[in-house]
Design a protein around this ligand. Structure first.
Ligand code: ZN
Length: 160
């Protein structure tokens, strides 16, 4: 069976950045299972996997625009410390969930100066070229429920 929309694909993968540092890997875990065509993985990798079968191995270099996007300056904002209610000490590296018009967004504190914190809502991998090393473990037809939910169920997928 080939990777196509509405198939569930299990992959082992290693993701490295251009400096050769491993950012993420499934090597010590069970393979990742995702629903193809549902936007569960970055668009560039989805394109590379289309039409492949179980047992296939591939290396893919994904530019930021087909990965996690470019850094957007407007996503970096200065916020008064007072806005962090219930947080004793706001420090660089802390992550918070911000409520935005587009839904919840994870922001990272990048700087604290005087009574102001700088927060960055860009994805940590925005602007990065993604180098994937992938092995396809299994390709199967998605169930009607998986298609309805927009994600894979079972091992390596979404656990309800
Ligand atoms: Zn589900």
């Amino acid at each position: 069976m080939q990777v196509a929309p509405n198939t569930v694909v299990s992959i082992h993968y290693t993701l490295t950045n251009d400096a050769g540092e491993t950012i993420d890997s499934s090597a010590d875990r069970e393979p990742l299972a995702y629903l193809h065509g549902a936007g569960q993985i970055v668009p560039g990798l989805e394109q590379e996997l289309e039409g492949k079968s179980a047992g296939d191995k591939l290396q893919a270099t994904i530019p930021p625009e087909l990965g996690y996007g470019q850094q957007i300056d407007a996503m970096v904002q200065e916020v008064p410390i007072d806005a962090f209610q219930g947080v004793e000490s706001v420090e660089p590296g802390m992550q918070f969930q911000a409520q935005t018009e587009g839904g919840p967004l994870t922001v990272t504190v990048t700087k604290v100066e005087n009574e102001t914190a700088t927060v960055d809502g860009n994805h940590p991998l925005a602007g990065e070229t993604l180098n994937f090393d992938v092995e396809i473990v299994e390709v199967r037809e998605a169930s009607a429920e998986e298609v309805e939910h927009g994600h894979a169920h079972g091992e390596g997928g979404h656990q309800h």
